[in-house]
Design a protein. Structure first.
Length: 111
């Protein structure tokens, strides 16, 4: 991980490629938890059809000066953003327990 400045001067930790590689299994488990919670809630498909939904973390590429948010867990199992948002809580809690910092739900873009 690398310390980087946000636009407001705040320092955050951004993941690098080797960090994400080490966490692949953690991200896969988070996706399974998310799908399970969505199914437990009735597997509804409510909300706007959005592409690019997922859980994102701050990432800084090799040789880059600025970080970007990238999805590390994709939400390709439901189109509706409301259903995705309402079922992501368990996956985010799991990632926090596993020491993943800065993970947040990304609503993607309206399709």
């Amino acid at each position: 991980m690398k310390a980087v400045k946000k636009y407001n001067g705040e320092i955050i930790q951004a993941y690098q490629a080797e960090d994400l590689e080490k966490l692949k299994l953690v991200f896969a488990a988070a996706k399974l938890l998310w799908i399970r919670q969505w199914k437990d809630q009735g597997a509804l498909d409510q909300g706007s059809c959005c592409g690019g939904k997922g859980i994102s973390v701050p990432f800084i590429g090799k040789g880059k000066r600025n970080y970007e948010s990238i999805n590390v867990v994709s939400c390709d199992f439901v189109q509706g953003n409301v259903s995705a948002y309402e079922s992501v809580g368990g996956a985010l809690a799991f990632l926090k327990e596993m020491g993943v910092v800065g993970a947040s739900y990304n609503d993607g873009w309206m399709d």
